[in-house]
Design a protein around this ligand. Structure first.
Ligand SMILES: [Zn+2]
Length: 239
């Protein structure tokens, strides 16, 4: 075993298991989607290119530094072609450690419809845990333009709907937590869609979101976005 594999054994297991789970959830098809986990200031675990997420094993997980240089890969493996946006997001948001990108059917439908429904205050749990999911303009997959498309949104959100493409959800607490948040957002999108089909989706009242904001502050929970950038939920959900 490579020395870095030994050093970050638990986190590599976490990434490989999250990759398989992502596929089981049906959020990716073929070689689509990718996951990463920053385990030290200059060490990032990331899924390989051209391997189905359901087949990613411990040895398949690539280890790179923050400039994209390979520190370890199994023979024949290369980090995902979407490495640039993973690293860009980690560079601009040093507080984040876990990142999941996939093409879940319902949220991707929202991304094609170009709706801002996921920036609205419909459900308390996603509001507190993730915050608004903001839309990032379309750019070609694997391009530097796609990596830069996040720049102006990154200080104010932890989750991103990629227009005509898919979704990204991040976490300050590792990649498994990012995947749990991803599931939460896809479930929320389904519920919002059902509400729309049943005649309408009603937002939580502004006063009630203010109460959630107070609860978060009392419990010392971090606001979505970069530390210190966002003072409260009301400014995020009621602009
Ligand atoms: Zn994609």
């Amino acid at each position: 075993m490579h020395q870095l594999q030994k050093q970050y054994q638990d986190q590599i297991v976490e990434l490989a298991e999250s990759s398989v789970r992502l596929a089981e959830l049906g959020y990716v098809t073929s070689h689509g989607g990718n996951l990463s986990y920053r385990v030290a200031e200059d060490v990032v675990l990331i899924t390989p290119t051209k391997v189905a997420k359901r087949k990613v094993t411990f040895d398949d997980v690539c280890i790179i530094d923050m400039s994209g240089q390979v520190l370890y890969t199994k023979e024949g493996r290369k980090p995902t072609g979407e490495t640039p946006f993973h690293l860009r997001i980690f560079q601009l948001r040093p507080d984040l450690t876990g990142l999941v990108h996939a093409h879940p059917p319902v949220m991707t439908g929202f991304a094609i419809a170009n709706t801002d429904l996921l920036t609205k205050a419909f459900l308390p749990e996603p509001i507190i845990e993730v915050g608004p999911m903001v839309t990032v303009e379309y750019a070609e997959p694997l391009s530097d333009e796609l990596a830069q498309a996040f720049d102006d949104k990154l200080p104010y959100a932890n989750a991103f709907l990629m227009k005509n493409h898919g979704a990204i959800v991040t976490s300050p607490d590792g990649v498994e937590r990012a995947l749990e948040f991803f599931e939460m957002m896809e479930a929320a999108a389904k519920s919002i869609l059902v509400a729309k089909l049943l005649g309408g989706a009603e937002e939580i009242a502004k006063d009630d979101v203010g109460n959630l904001e107070r609860t978060m502050k009392t419990r010392g929970l971090p606001m979505p976005g970069a530390p210190g950038k966002v003072n409260g939920l009301l400014e995020l959900f009621f602009k």
